[in-house]
Design a protein around this ligand. Sequence first.
Ligand code: THU
Length: 256
Amino acid sequence: MTARFEALLDTARALLPRAHVPYSGQAEAAVALAADGSLVPGVRVESASFSLVIPASQNAVTTAVALGYRQLAALALAGRPATAATGAYVRGLPGSWERVDGAVWINRDVETPEVGAVVDPFIGRTATDPVSLVRRVAGHAWVPESAFPVGCVVVLPDGRGLPGVNVEHPDWNSILCAERNALSTAVTWGCPPALRVVLTCLRDPDGTPCGACRQLLVELAPDAQVIMDRGDRPPETADVRTLLPGAFDGRGLAVR
Ligand code: THU
């Protein structure tokens, strides 16, 4: 294992306390190494609806895509041991991925760069128009399966935003929507719950968060207002709690 991969693993290990793992208690964190050396982290985000869990590797990769990184050179995983599903996810990403160690994968199509700094994902500090911001974000969507780009910005209580786009995968079960992408990035950076979630679907003037995203919105940003860009019309707004009445909140589940 070369020193640069050790540096990736160290970055991932340092993020383990940020993992949102109330149901398994098994923290997991990943770091993607972009072609320019930038490090993009992601933690495991569990949902009361267990099958909606966002694995750390998926959180890191989708954060990278939302930030405009298309070429990833390596991925390192710390904490919870990798499963067959982790390997299948990584091998389905663009490129020629190979596992070089129990917890590190490299993309043979991209030259491994020197390891640089962790990215700054916060956007829109000075944005006055959240709709034009989210439309720009949607331009980063990775949509080879649907050609249906979606963009999302979660706005934190301090006014900073975090971007999300839909990131597709040959295994449709591993596709992440824009909203869950942005919400899970907020967890990686240890942010408080978002107060606004701005959404745009360029191809659907009636676009609205899917059921899975509504579930994660209830769990991670229950007091947020969702603002849906409607093209030429004024955006439509709705409270998260009204979007999913009677939501399953996992109150009866064992929390570790
Ligand atoms: N999609 C989103 O990003 N958000 C939603 O709320 C609805 C669906 C994406 C996921 C997938 O890439 C494509 O749209 C079709 O489902």
